[in-house]
Design a protein around this ligand. Sequence first.
Ligand code: HEM
Length: 466
Amino acid sequence: MSAKEQDIERSTADRTGDPDRKRRAGIITRNFFLHIHATRVHVHSMKPTYTFGLGIILGFLFLIMVFTGLILIIYYTPSVEAAYRSVKDIVYLVPGGRIIRNMHRWASQGMVIVVFLHLLRVFYTGSYLGKRSLNWVIGVALMVIVLLSNFSGYLLPWDQLAYWAVTIGSNIAASARELTDLIGITSFFDPGGFLKKMLIGGESVGQPALSRFFALHVILLPLSIIVLMAIHFWRIRKDGGLSRPVRYLKDRGTENKLLAWPVLMWTELALLLGVVAVVLLVAIFADAPLLEQANPAHPDNPAKSPWYFLGIQELVSYSAFAGGLLIPVLYLVFLFSIPYKDREDEYVGQWFSGNEGKKLVLWSAGAALLAVVLQLFVLIRFGWLKDWIPGISQWFVLLINPATITAGLFILAAEMVKRRKKSSRMGALVLFTCSFVALVVFTVVGIWFRGPNWEFFWSAAQWPVQ
Ligand code: HEM
């Protein structure tokens, strides 16, 4: 009998008859920190290829952020005059300061990447189905806050990179102005301007922006993450542990369960050490960027937002309103509503909902890639409406551009698949996959192929000398 089978047997033994089982269960239930776990975990949840440990890695990355952030805050000064100098002091004067700053920066970038991967794993295993819909919604909120948290930290070093990235970000927040300008109501109804003002406290980035971003970054957003994370973990317990395929759902009590102590604890400890080691190694060898001090009179060209918003910045270059507001809001509404539109609970806990879903995902990814690349090819090679018909109304540019066409095509394809297969899950798989592929393509173009004046270049080496 293998060690795992022995463990299951011991876990399944008579409740009062096995003192070792009782002792191991007691270690979990009596410990304040370990009590977050159930005493028994289903064998399916322990399969590394089910969760890839992504949720736990996220938790550990957040811990690293908090610890390193608490050290950074001792030396950092949130004023326009002193911020840059204080970051330089952290890097060059404070013992270990360079490593702590690098760890903070790379852990935060890691969180953004891992939160997307966790979202993919939860979606493709149908883990929002059944009673887990609320936890999905909390998860989407967490993802938004992780992005905002990262963005708010971006400004703090007050260097050229930070200043112009946040300037671009705040202009994206004012995207609604394209629409209100077109209708001619901006002078008395300006929601875009209001949002921008809320964000940076004025028309351009300055001390009010730095103070706001500092408060958001060190208090409001981390606190929100802590509260939501606590509810997220509590819901996992309330929802009966992690999702698992229907064939396991009848496993009640101790059936097919492993005692969490010590197997799960050792696994988590190993994961924690692994995460700290990776972040530390990256921090030793790669420095977080710090350019020259912010100079509002000398704009960067191209001025780029942080990489995770570059997909949106690419869309904004087609139409500020469609790319900066309409599509992102539609996308968020779609994400939040997935568990309420798709209620086919029989697919819970199954990667891609089986072979049919897997094929559909591959086809959708291929088709979406082709559709987006083709449109980008036309746009870059032949221009768009304004180049073909000079003087065309801005309304057409706002309504017909690669962002709106792509979104429309994807919604149509998903609706067709949903009706044909009579399955909301299959429709959701198509829409989610297509939009994710499009987001990746737009982001890649924004990161690597856009240069001065947002022109397309195959590489930075081709940029004109400025
Ligand atoms: C700071 C961000 C987040 C943290 C720290 C976090 C943490 C975790 C952890 C530790 C788990 C259990 C282990 C695992 O599945 O890997 C989990 C499960 C889950 N997460 Fe997250 N999560 C975060 C963001 C998200 C996001 C963005 C979503 C999706 C929109 C999400 C939805 C879920 C759901 C539905 C489950 C239950 C999965 C199941 O039952 O199989 N979480 N999360």
